[in-house]
Design a protein around this ligand. Structure first.
Ligand code: F6R
Length: 516
């Protein structure tokens, strides 16, 4: 038996089984379900019927799969709250919580809905809905091509995905920009009423939350509405004020489209009468299906647990969406939009140059990988990149790292500064440059060792930093944030490689977080 999710009433069910003299080998809720199925099979020998009876007794959000030894050529699966997708191959059938698990083998997918149960065999599927009616499976052709989930010669998926970012920018540009400007339909703007919106809440988790934080910097001026960015795990339980009748929009940002907290947040907001929009990478995912409008990213499958190309794609997509929304609201004129689109065309070229810094970063990683603590600093969107850089480093190298707004250092964290804590400063030539540089000077005065990500030709940077990691410089702050991100991604990757950790599957983490 395989189980994803949580069985909330497992303790009561366990008591019942214990009273029957069942012996348990673990403390898990999964084992309780396995015993329940085994007991039910004694009175209901058809496994599919036994499963239906057991499912009726379970509470919580879960997906289940099991094999019974009497019918070893069949697998029985059920979905309730957690994602479950079946892949139909040639004389073979797959299942997983995400299509990335089998996209290299088949592009034919059947997305199960809550309460559905299926009996699968090699190349065959039978499906029942929540009312126990047999239904014909709806087969969806997944857009991702086979091979797009391969490592393609790279040592790790994460490295491949960092290098893929110029291609993602070009695919994103093709999808959302046409001869007349922006494709408002593809941006999902035709499915919602942006003119009604007075408040926008962005809900997301982890790296996607940081993409939301970066988006706040451009969404507020472009839309002229206040934007609140919140961790989905907080939003869903805090009883936020949500004006009804579509005046509040809740935007979910999620690569997988399956993150449980993010999904629960939009379900809650929908009940309150909010407009729901999502930015997702996975088509037909639960968050996509739950939204009034969706912008589907063109990042392709992301396999490495640490999000890289999905983050830069989320920021870029949110920006294009904001530009489209601003145009509808009459806040952005054609000339302004055209000049941004021109700059966007050069982003791909600059992004393709970003890996030129990789060799220097490998060298730097060799010097720094044994330090137990790191600090990342920046201002404006670079503050968000600092947070993302710290998260990337801690999740794959297991080094403690903190991201801080450079202007906040003197309110506490500067006390950490000494020779023993490398400080990575994100220092692009933007309007925060002078301010961040003074923060760097303050840190250096306390023996801080600063490694800058910025313009390697800038003499002031060279003078003050132990080393400058070169990063192409552009005028547009959003594109600059995307370019700076590559530096922190490479740094985290190469430090982790030096430490010998499992880069693509870091301990204790999962790619889709389908439980809260
Ligand atoms: C970090 C990372 C996670 C995810 C988070 C949300 O590298 O990948 O923090 O960003 O679990 O996942 P999605 O975007 O699938 O909702």
């Amino acid at each position: 038996m395989i189980h994803n999710g949580i069985i909330e009433n497992y303790k009561e069910l366990k008591q019942e089984l214990l009273a029957k003299g069942i012996h348990f080998r673990s403390e898990t809720d999964t084992e309780v379900v396995a015993h329940l199925v085994a007991e039910e099979l004694k009175i209901t020998p058809m496994p599919i019927d036994a499963l239906k009876n057991v499912i009726k007794r379970l509470e919580g959000a879960f997906s289940l799969a099991f094999i019974v030894d009497s019918v070893p050529d069949q697998i029985f699966v059920a979905k309730q709250g957690s994602p479950l997708v079946i892949g139909l191959g040639d004389k073979e059938t797959f299942f997983g919580s995400d299509i990335t698990a089998f996209v290299n083998y088949t592009q034919k997918a059947v997305f199960l809905h809550d309460g559905e149960i299926a009996q699968i065999k090699a190349g065959e599927i039978r499906l029942w809905d929540k009312n126990d009616q047999e239904i014909s499976p709806k087969i969806t052709l997944v857009q991702w091509s086979p091979g797009s989930a391969d490592k393609q010669g790279f040592r790790h998926y994460m490295l491949k995905e960092i290098h893929e970012q110029p291609r993602v920018v070009s695919a994103t540009t093709q999808a959302f920009v046409n001869q007349d400007g922006l494709n408002l339909e593809a941006l999902g703007l035709k499915s919602i009423d942006i003119k009604k919106v007075k408040t926008l809440h962005i809900v997301a988790c982890g790296t996607a939350y940081y993409a939301g934080m970066a988006a706040k910097y451009f969404l507020e001026p472009l839309l002229g509405v206040s934007v609140n960015v919140e961790l989905a795990s907080e939003f869903r339980y805090r009883d936020p004020y949500l004006a009804p009748n579509g005046e509040t929009m809740v935007m979910a940002i999620s690569q997988s489209g399956e993150t449980a907290d993010t999904l629960a947040s939009i379900k809650h907001a929908k009940e309150k009468g909010c407009q729901i929009f999502s930015i997702c990478n996975v088509n037909y995912s639960s968050i996509h299906r739950e939204s009034d409008g969706t912008l589907l990213m063109h990042a392709g499958p992301e396999i490495g647990v640490a999000s890289t190309k999905a983050f830069t794609s989320q920021v870029l997509c949110a920006y294009l969406w904001a530009l489209g929304a601003s145009q509808i609201l009459g806040r952005l004129n054609k000339d302004e939009l055209n000049s941004i689109i021109q700059e966007l065309k050069t982003l791909q070229l600059y992004l393709a140059q970003a890996p030129n810094a990789e060799e220097k970063i490998v060298e730097l990683a060799g010097k720094l990988y044994q330090y137990p603590n790191f600090l990342f600093i920046g201002r404006g969107m670079s503050n968000v990149i600092a947070l993302e850089g710290a998260l990337k480093l801690k999740e794959i190298s297991y080094i403690h790292a903190e991201g801080y707004a450079a202007g906040e250092l003197k309110h506490g964290p500067i006390a950490l500064v000494d020779k023993q804590i490398p400080i990575v400063a994100i220092l692009p030539h933007d309007h925060y440059f002078e301010k961040t540089l003074s923060n760097v000077e303050e840190v250096c005065a306390r023996e801080g060792q600063v490694y800058g990500i910025g313009d390697e030709k800038d003499q002031r940077l060279k003078d003050i930093c132990v080393q400058v990691v070169p990063c192409p410089q552009v005028k547009n702050p959003v594109f600059q944030a995307i370019l700076s991100t590559v530096g922190v991604q490479f740094l985290a990757y190469h430090v982790a490689v030096k430490r010998g950790t499992d880069v693509d599957q870091p301990r204790n983490l999962a790619k889709s977080v389908t439980v809260e």
